[in-house]
Design a protein around this ligand. Structure first.
Ligand SMILES: [Fe+2]
Ligand SMILES: [Fe+2]
Length: 187
């Protein structure tokens, strides 16, 4: 097996482990009645399985063997919501590092199909890290203020907390963007 396809197989463990860990986080948050946070982590858990699926599809379509990994049982207790998101952020950074490594290997192998597939992941990881960092910063601002935590939970439920980031509109300088109001929509 080529080094990059072996690395893709190894990487599947990170995606599945993230999915499993995010599910454990979703359960813990639900137990604390933080249903907005819980729903968000459940969504992330499902997304991570989707990421693994994309890589599996590439391997199968390229006639490379798929070796599904063993997944560790995740922690089921988290000290605080902020500590939980510290873990999310560091897991995402680890995934980014692994994707970058696979990208370099694929370039060395001259496998354009692999780099094309990985381009999506490169962009996705920028968004994932940005999201995790944003939530973490909000949690740091909230500190141990329960009212602030409940407000953030409600914003997850309403879908407003990450709306601006997800729309990629934070720096929309062009026509009609909501963004930071830098565009007036008439340009
Ligand atoms: Fe992922
Ligand atoms: Fe992720």
């Amino acid at each position: 097996m080529a080094s990059h396809t072996a690395a893709i197989n190894d990487h599947l463990a990170l995606e599945f482990q993230a999915s499993h860990t995010y599910l454990a986080m979703s359960i813990w948050l639900r137990e604390k009645d933080l249903i907005g946070f819980s729903g968000y982590m459940l969504e992330k858990s499902i997304e991570e399985r989707g990421h693994a699926s994309k890589m599996i599809a590439y391997l199968v379509d390229s006639e490379c063997e798929v070796q599904l990994p063993t997944i560790q049982s995740p922690e089921r207790e988290f000290q605080t919501v902020q500590k939980l998101f510290d873990t999310v952020y560091s897991m995402e950074k680890q995934v980014t590092e692994s994707i970058n490594n696979i990208y370099s290997l694929s370039e060395q192998e001259g496998d354009r199909a692999a780099t094309a597939m990985l381009d999506w992941f490169i962009e996705e990881q920028v968004k994932e890290e940005s999201e995790a960092r944003f939530v973490l910063k909000r949690l740091r601002l909230a500190d141990s203020n329960t009212a602030a935590l409940i407000l953030l939970d409600q914003q997850f439920l309403d879908g407003t907390l990450l709306a601006n980031i997800k729309a990629g509109g934070a720096f929309n300088l062009g026509a009609g963007g909501g963004g930071l109001g830098l565009g007036n929509g008439t340009a």
